[in-house]
Ligand binder design. Structure first.
Ligand SMILES: [Fe+2]
Ligand SMILES: [Fe+2]
Length: 405
């Protein structure tokens, strides 16, 4: 991988990490340190590196970076007004960090009320310049519209937005309103972005603090895990995202199960078990009623508790192979459920969960999928960033209101 590519992927990783964590989280410093180091490495050969983000193309100097074609962050940066980016020779680490923070705010702009933004003051340092590319100029890379100064407000571009969206989506479904599909897809896109700032994948997983938050944290986690697994199985970006949506919606039927049954500490009665198990059929029905095109998500909602040997639920009179998305979600679902505290049992250690999945290969789980998942999670050790919903909310509160430099 070339130096510019390495730097850009690490830079995006920093933006994703800042967006995910509150101001004092050590992951932020680590991420900024790493990308600043890569910037300095790059500057050893090219003192004033310049990048342009044009549609699906990323250009370094005048040279398109083939490895970065269709890089989601390129389009994101361009949409946020950063079509061109230049670094001066003497850029300091602090300037770089402030710049990354500014980018996080800019990325929040389309999702926030921009009238709330404070007008940004000029930056003391001109070490990093960015802005839009003029389209009428003769040389499209040189016609730089006036430099945009960095906004210093830190808005709520955090996964807390996604959490709030999922909570709202569940409320909508509970209230028998329409399933907000576009919002579900945008949550999955944000998760994919948060996972992919770096050349190496990162897993942003939520930790449960309140039992009532289970369906929300679990849905987001299963979506992240399913996308990671789909990617590890070699699937393309579009399929990965479709699987991510299916992971996000797999337990939608649980929104119709009373919380006292869902969180019951003791043994379930037969009736309660029927109600819980029915979340599969109910989930598939809600999804299909909302959008016929979501048949993959509906299949997953229906099948994700079915074992490879035909066991599990719902019971089918004629056994047939489940959709491969369902078998992926099944593994991720069990992994996330077992490593989480529930009112009726304590959380398992990750190693015990992975052993369990390994042992269940061939009976509960598809052997190849189980093996890939276990390998993936062992490889990812150390690259799983945990945050609770409370952490995310605290991060947002700590970051607001806007501060001046
Ligand atoms: Fe389920
Ligand atoms: Fe689940």
């Amino acid at each position: 991988m070339s130096e510019p590519v390495r730097f850009l992927t690490s830079f995006a990783q920093s933006v994703a990490t800042m967006a995910l964590y509150g101001p004092s989280h050590p992951a932020r410093t680590r991420a900024v340190d790493a990308s600043y180091r890569l910037l300095r490495d790059l500057q050893a050969h090219d003192a004033q590196p310049e990048f342009s983000f044009l549609g699906d193309e990323v250009v370094y100097g005048q040279r398109p970076l083939r490895d970065m074609r269709d890089w989601e962050w390129g389009a994101r940066l361009a949409a946020a007004g950063v079509q061109r980016l230049e670094f001066a020779t003497d850029v300091t680490r602090d300037e770089f960090e402030a710049f990354v923070e500014g980018i996080v705010s800019r990325l929040a702009l389309p999702m926030t009320d921009s009238s709330q933004m404070r007008p940004a003051g000029p930056r003391a340092s001109g070490a990093i310049r960015f802005g839009a590319i003029g389209i009428r100029g003769e040389n499209r890379f040189a016609s730089f519209v006036p430099e945009v100064s960095l906004p210093t407000t830190r808005l709520t571009y955090e996964l807390s937005e996604e959490v709030a969206t999922v909570e709202w989506m569940h409320d909508q479904v509970k209230a028998r309103e329409e399933l907000p599909l576009l919002e579900a897809e945008s949550v999955v896109r944000s998760l994919a972005v948060a996972m992919h700032g770096d050349q190496e994948m990162l897993l942003p997983l939520l930790t449960l603090r309140e039992f009532d938050e289970y369906t929300t944290t679990h849905s987001l986690n299963v979506s992240v895990l399913t996308m990671a697994l789909a990617e590890a199985m070699g699937m393309g970006a579009r399929d990965v995202r479709a699987f991510g949506v299916a992971g996000l919606l797999h337990d939608l039927g649980k929104t119709r199960v009373p919380l006292e049954v869902l969180n019951k500490p003791g043994r379930l009665t037969d009736d309660e078990r029927v109600v819980i198990q029915n979340h599969t059929v109910e989930g598939a029905r809600i999804i299909l009623e909302s959008d016929r095109d979501l048949d993959l998500a509906a299949a997953v909602a229906y099948e994700h508790h079915i074992m490879i040997d035909g066991g599990g639920y719902p019971h089918r009179r004629i056994a047939r192979k489940c959709h491969c998305a369902s078998t992926l979600v099944h593994v991720c679902d069990v992994y996330d459920a077992l490593r989480t505290h529930r009112p009726y049992r304590v959380a398992w250690e990750t190693t015990a969960v992975l052993d369990y999945i390994e042992q269940g290969a061939g009976t509960d789980f598809d052997p190849e999928i189980a093996r890939t998942f276990v390998e993936l999670m062992r490889r990812m050790e150390g690259r799983i960033e945990h945050a609770s919903l409370a952490d995310l909310r605290a991060g947002v509160q700590a970051a607001a209101p806007a501060t001046s430099p």
